[in-house]
Design a protein around this ligand. Structure first.
Ligand code: NAD
Ligand code: SER
Length: 333
């Protein structure tokens, strides 16, 4: 107990794609009980480590935090709740409130709880959206992008992520005991869940459509290229960063990378296992432009060196060992 309150690990956005995967993995490790927050209900299934309580509500609701803090003292926070890129661009005011104000409030709460003797660790999933490449030529020439290059986001979402990274680093430097760490995630692909409202969604959507035997309407051009990462590799990277001693870390925000794949390459690879795959291109210019501004590949040397990030899947095993078998199991029994 800490000041009469139970020390916990807090996950916001726990009902989302990453949240569900993170919760399952985190629950296999020893540690404080877990408390979650999300607008949506949580389905916990069988978790080994105690999941104390789910607070269903808005991270912007001060009363929710009052209730939570009456009982619990978060010592480790994974702040995942956010509105993803494509959706964020269509609801700019709300996206600012959730992605920027919501994160800032949570950082302030963590800073208030933290002391130099009892630090609070805050782990933040940032994004390749913090980068902005002005043209296709620049995008090709820049790959793989390392952490201090091209920090000129083309979207509100990217600007919000970069703001939170910098705010977290600044509050940490004040020295009150906040320990802030961030990963910049690429497009994630899970065999179990489907994304909503992101811009890299075409890849997971088309793979899942192929397994369901449905045609897919692709909203980016065939040459659109991004780095992708299997969900277990990304969650493994987040956890490695979260539990690494501070002395090993040389940066605030780290790229987590994975295979660099174009829409055409993904279609060709998926068609080897699902030959009936039918894709037509129906360009969404807004989303295509966002992809054009994001890096084709990122350099994750710093993450490998500082906390041992080593994705298990390359461009072949991402499909052959992870996605295709997992997705077949999901849809075909
Ligand atoms: P997701 O949309 O599946 O999950 C986000 C969760 O946040 C949802 O369950 C949603 O209900 C919740 N949420 C949104 N607004 C909220 C609010 N006001 N109060 C409480 N809960 C709220 O997204 P995800 O893929 O799991 O992403 C998690 C985090 O990782 C986000 O911060 C996202 O920006 C970041 N990220 C994701 C990717 C990716 O490819 N999935 C890549 C880069 C960064
Ligand atoms: N994959 C995420 C998105 O498309 C990047 O943050 O929104």
């Amino acid at each position: 107990m800490s000041g009469g309150r139970v020390p916990v690990t807090l996950i916001t956005g726990a009902s989302g794609e990453i949240g569900q995967a993170l919760l399952r993995r985190l629950a296999q490790r020893p540690g404080d009980p877990i408390v979650t927050v999300d607008l949506r209900p949580l389905s916990t299934g069988a978790l080994k480590r105690p999941h104390r309580e789910h607070f269903q509500g808005d991270i912007l609701d001060a009363a929710l935090w009052e209730r939570l803090l009456r009982q619990y003292r978060p010592a480790l926070i994974f702040h995942l709740a956010a509105i993803l890129s494509t959706h964020a661009e269509s609801v700019p005011v709300l996206a600012h409130r959730v992605n920027a104000d919501g994160a800032a409030r949570l950082l302030a709460m963590a800073a208030d709880l933290a002391t130099p003797d009892e630090p609070v660790r805050f782990v933040f999933p940032s994004s390749i959206a913090v980068y902005g490449l002005p043209s296709q030529e620049a995008k090709e020439a820049a790959a793989p992008v390392s952490e201090d290059e091209h920090l000129d986001p083309a979207t509100l979402y990217g600007a919000q992520k970069l703001y939170v990274e910098r705010l977290g680093a600044t509050v940490e430097r004040l020295g009150g005991g906040l320990d802030f760490r961030a990963v910049r995630l690429p497009g994630l692909i899970s065999s179990d869940t489907l994304p909503q409202g992101g811009t890299s969604d075409w890849a997971p959507e088309l793979i899942h459509a192929a397994a369901r035997g449905e045609p897919y309407s692709c909203f980016v051009n065939p040459g659109a290229r991004l780095p992708f990462c299997a969900m277990p590799d990304a969650v493994g990277g987040v956890l490695s960063l979260a539990f690494r001693e501070k002395a090993s870390l040389t940066r605030t925000a780290y790229n987590l990378g994975g295979p660099s794949l174009s829409a055409a390459e993904i279609i060709a690879r998926v068609a080897r296992d699902f030959p009936d795959l039918e894709v037509r291109f129906q360009l969404d210019r807004g989303r295509d432009r966002i992809v054009a501004s994001w890096p084709a590949a990122v350099d994750h040397t710093a993450a490998r060196r500082d906390f041992g990030f080593a994705p298990e899947h390359d461009e072949e095993t991402l499909f052959s060992r992870y996605l295709i078998p997992g997705i077949r199991r999901r849809y075909q029994g």
